[in-house]
Design a protein around this ligand. Structure first.
Ligand SMILES: Nc1ncnc2c1ncn2[C@@H]1O[C@H](COP(=O)(O)OP(=O)(O)OP(=O)(O)O)[C@@H](O)[C@H]1O
Ligand SMILES: [Mg+2]
Length: 282
């Protein structure tokens, strides 16, 4: 089967002049991402996420190893044309409006002028910025900037989207918008690789996550299976009477199973925040 991204035995050593010690940012990294998959690269600061993404884009070269994009070596220009990229801390020209920003990138990516207008309108609608199209980016919120960045990455209709910390600095409602966008791209068959240092920002949208730590991929799999504790089960009941719960506890006590906790089910902090802020909106 053809893979969207294949990273084979990639090691990256940064050698800074005047510094005695080199930094090994990636150690023998192997990673395969299937076409149409949404993959989350998770890891703490400095674990090598941005380095991995920059190597995929061929912005920096690996010390050892190789990368293919849809079966072609990523040093081939045609392979890189398939990729849309939103860098970490993307730089925007603040004096341009949203529509101007996209027209500028359409020109850079060589989109024919006859197609530009429709494409810009379509992308502004996709990322929910139609109403803000003629406002300067200096007036955009962080969430709006990330969305215009996403639109810019999508301008040439790439098969693969690489997003470095797409929800960094964006509040939960804004993060949800970005996650919804990523989900709709997946529905259209786009392959997405994104990085984050926050588990909560990727858990809803990724088919699979990899956990990077000090340049090594420690764990990999569907998030649910990574988070689940194999030999434990939670029951969440609604309207259970105290009698029912006491009866269940007694029944459990007569078996080899052990009751570890009896507690009220809790929403995650993020769910609570979303719930509270959504219910105050008109
Ligand atoms: N140009 C560079 N020169 C020297 N060292 C670098 C360079 N870029 C990154 N590093 C080092 O490589 C390691 C991995 O950095 P990288 O930026 O890939 O991590 P990251 O996971 O993206 O972190 P963050 O969450 O902070 O964005 C770090 O130790 C970093 O200091
Ligand atoms: Mg980074």
């Amino acid at each position: 089967m053809q893979t969207a991204i294949r990273i084979s035995h990639v090691t990256k050593v940064y050698r800074a002049p005047f510094r005695r010690r080199a930094t090994v940012a990636l150690r023998d990294l192997n990673l395969e991402i299937a076409p149409g998959e949404v993959y989350g690269l998770l890891g703490p600061n400095g674990s090598g996420k941005s380095t991995t993404l920059k190597i995929i884009l061929s912005l920096i070269s690996p010390t050892r190893g190789s990368v293919t994009i849809f079966g072609r070596d990523n040093s081939v220009v045609a392979a890189r044309r398939e990729i849309g990229f939103l860098p970490e801390n993307a730089y925007f020209h603040k004096f341009l409006t949203g529509a101007e920003t996209l027209r500028f990138h359409a020109k850079l990516s060589g989109l024919p002028r006859s197609e530009t207008r429709a494409r810009v309108d379509e992308l502004l609608a996709t990322v929910g910025l139609t109403d803000a199209r003629d406002a300067r980016l200096s007036t955009y919120s962080k969430g709006m900037l990330q969305r215009i960045g996403l639109a810019q990455a999508l301008i040439h209709n790439p098969k693969l989207l690489v997003l470095d910390e797409p929800t960094a600095g964006v509040d939960p409602a804004g993060s949800r918008d970005i996650q919804d966008l990523i989900a709709s791209l997946r529905n259209r068959g786009t392959t997405v690789l994104l990085s984050s240092h926050l588990l909560t920002q990727v858990q809803e949208v990724c088919d699979r996550v990899g956990i990077l730590h000090r340049g090594r991929l420690l764990r990999e799999g569907p998030l649910q299976s990574l988070l689940s504790i194999e030999n434990q089960t939670e029951l969440v009941l609604e309207n259970a009477s105290p009698d029912l719960l006491d009866g269940l506890e007694q029944q459990i006590a007569s078996t080899s199973a052990r009751l570890i906790a009896r507690r009220k089910a809790q929403a995650s902090l993020e769910q609570l925040f979303l719930h509270v802020t959504e219910s105050t909106e008109e």
